[in-house]
Design a binder for this molecule. Structure first.
Ligand SMILES: [Zn+2]
Length: 163
């Protein structure tokens, strides 16, 4: 089973530098591992100071914020509707510059990985849908939605392996 620790060991540079909290829900770890691998391949030999600034859950989906030397993550707004959460990005103007093109590609794969979490259970990664309870939105499969309804502990966040 994938853990955040094993992902850090594969791509240590992605976890260096300042961050304001890195948490990946259990069900989303395999997809996140794929994302780190894809980004590693896109970057090639020059890692450009790429690192995760914040990894968290918001409105039932993952939010993955990253930074590199010379480029900040784009601005983003979240809209919450009864059945889904729409995340809109305000993109910076695209220049012909190769580096800009690379950052656009990274933005795209990160966005796709975030969108994936909006459709997959935060606990187990099975196909799921938005589940609202007490005003708090989670994406859950049928099984875990039932478990949530029953008040069970879902164990969404794996224990911190570094401690
Ligand atoms: Zn589930």
């Amino acid at each position: 089973m994938k853990t955040l620790k094993s992902i850090k060991q594969l791509y240590p540079y992605q976890f260096e530098g300042k961050n304001i909290g890195l948490s990946i829900a259990r069900g989303w770890l395999p997809e996140f591992a794929e994302l780190c691998k894809t980004i590693d391949e896109l970057l090639g030999d020059n890692k450009r100071g790429f690192h995760w600034v914040q990894l968290k859950e918001k409105f039932g989906s993952a939010r993955y914020y990253w930074s590199t030397k010379g480029k900040k993550d784009s601005l983003r707004f979240d809209l919450i509707a009864p059945s889904e959460v729409v995340s809109m990005e305000v993109r910076q103007p695209v220049s012909a510059n190769q580096q800009q093109a690379l950052f656009e590609r990274i933005s795209k794969v990160v966005g796709a990985a975030e969108a994936h979490t909006n459709k997959h259970c935060i606990v187990c990664g099975a196909p799921g849908k938005i589940d609202q309870k007490d005003g708090y939105v989670l994406v859950l499969c049928d099984l875990h939605a039932k478990q949530r309804l029953g008040g069970g502990d879902l164990g969404i966040w794996p224990p911190d392996e570094d401690e």
